[in-house]
Design a protein around this ligand. Structure first.
Ligand SMILES: [Zn+2]
Length: 474
């Protein structure tokens, strides 16, 4: 079968109980680089994100503020929607799990799984972390607390719930992982999830009693229950492309390449895949798992006071400075560190110097010595860059590009065109023209990572004018 010309990419949907944080920025920018790359390769791309808006945590936050959950999520969803402009993210779609079409799809999905015998009711008592909106087993707790949410009380829930027959999908999941070795990237996460599924799967609860938790999608044919937030939210990946009302559209885009954090590994690569099996739908194409953004090796948290607000960084340094740090200084697949000091150092070394300085040097010479803009032909992406991006390794790709930038800098040192042009004008001009062309090629790859900067460089080259400083030294 010929490969489809359509690529469907999605991030996870941030839960709108707060402001966008650095982890969201990381995931969005990583996915955005791949979306831009695929478009540049001639694919049609549908790039999805949005907000996850139901559940107990939001219900309680709204209650605390004395506003309705609707008001609460409307306000916060807007913040995430503006976030994409501030980070220059090239999303094609922004879905909210409170969208009527999504709620209808979640109900249709439930009904399908129910008809297929995978949803049943039983009495249920479980420990629950409201922070994660997840059930916790005793072995996942440290000193009776969720390690992700120290200080938050673990609740015990006892009620009649609907359950999803996760246990039935142990074998299909393991077969999927065996059939598609790169299903989860990186390899270490593929191993982790395989081991988890091999350890046996427990059916999980997918509803809540409405009296206690009314803020959810209504369970079809049972007024007393609302859907568990995860069950409804996961369905967004198919409701976003028209399932079940527009199957032509769905078939055009599905399956999806998903980006998610390591804390989402189980939900995305096991729970969601089992749900798809249950509904008779093909699994996702790939799940790309990234790590956390830490600060001096610690999780960023309000209580420690080490939270860096991505929008404050954009405000001070510009959008491309943040995008640069996230793609190149943070590991694509493992945890990466972000402190103000590290950021400033990287900014000065690789943006103010690095690409900023290189552009200034070349364009100064071009403006002085070239009579007209150089004749331009972008060389396309190097095969090493393409290989890295085909492997979703955004950091490796950025490293390759910055190597090119360093090489071009060295080429200037070696050829000294600013002297050469005075001794032998023709030779000097030829070197400068080559430099401009190479810079143009760099800009046409840089556009995947730093779109605004790449456009400035291209404009400078096309008008043969030295641009204003791309990155002011800090
Ligand atoms: Zn938790």
């Amino acid at each position: 079968m010929a490969e489809k010309n359509a690529v469907y990419l999605t991030t996870t949907l941030p839960y709108v109980n707060g402001k966008p944080h650095m982890g969201h920025a990381l995931e969005f920018v990583q996915a955005d680089v791949i979306a831009r790359y695929k478009r540049a390769q001639g694919y049609e791309v549908f790039f999805n994100t949005g907000t996850d808006e139901h559940g107990l945590k939001i219900y309680r936050m709204a209650e605390e503020e004395g506003i309705s959950p609707e008001e609460y999520v409307n306000r916060n969803a807007k913040v995430f929607d503006t976030f994409r402009d501030k980070l220059q993210l090239s999303f094609d779609n922004f879905i909210r799990t409170t969208d009527p079409h999504h709620k209808a799809a979640a109900q249709a999905f439930w009904t399908t799984c129910f008809k297929n015998g995978d949803i049943y009711k039983k009495m249920y008592s479980v420990k629950y972390c409201v922070g994660c909106e997840l059930e916790k087993t005793e072995s996942e707790l440290v000193n009776s607390e969720c390690p992700m949410h120290p200080g938050k009380k673990i609740e015990t829930i006892e009620e009649e719930n609907y359950f999803f027959r996760f246990s039935k999908y142990e074998k299909p999941l393991l077969e999927l992982y065996a059939r598609q070795p790169g299903f989860v990237i990186p390899e270490s996460r593929m191993k982790e999830i395989t081991k988890f599924v091999e350890g046996g799967l427990k059916d999980f609860s997918i509803s809540r009693i409405k009296e206690k938790m009314p803020w959810g999608v209504a369970v079809p044919n049972d007024d007393r229950h609302a859907m568990y937030v995860w069950f409804d939210a996961l369905v967004n990946y198919i409701s976003a492309i028209g399932w079940p009302t527009d199957m032509e559209r769905f078939n055009r885009w599905w399956p999806v390449v998903q980006f998610a954090g390591k804390d989402n590994l189980r939900q995305q690569s096991a729970m969601w895949q089992a749900m798809l099996f249950s509904a008779g739908l093909p699994p996702s194409k790939k799940i790309i798992i990234h790590g956390f953004v830490t600060s001096k090796g610690q999780k960023m948290s309000k209580s420690i006071g080490n939270v860096v607000d991505p929008l404050a960084v954009v405000e001070e340094y510009g959008v491309d400075a943040l995008r640069y740090y996230l793609v190149r200084e943070i590991s694509t697949f493992e945890d990466g560190d972000f402190t103000d000091e590290q950021f400033k150092e990287a900014y000065n070394a690789n943006l103010a110097n690095g690409i900023g300085n290189l552009t200034a040097r070349i364009m100064k010479m071009a403006e002085t010595h070239l009579e007209r803009p150089a004749s331009l032909q972008a060389q396309g992406f190097s095969s090493t860059l393409t290989d890295a991006l085909e492997a979703y390794d955004v950091q490796r790709a950025a490293n390759i590009l910055w190597e090119d930038i360093g090489n071009l800098d060295r080429y200037i040192q070696e050829t000294q065109p600013f002297k050469l042009v005075k001794e032998d004008r023709e030779k000097g001009v030829a070197v400068i023209e080559k430099l401009v062309m190479d810079l143009y090629t760099i800009a046409s790859m840089l556009v995947l990572f730093l779109p605004e900067t790449a456009e400035k460089i291209k404009t400078a080259i096309e008008s043969n004018k030295m641009p204003e400083a791309l990155f002011v030294r800090k």
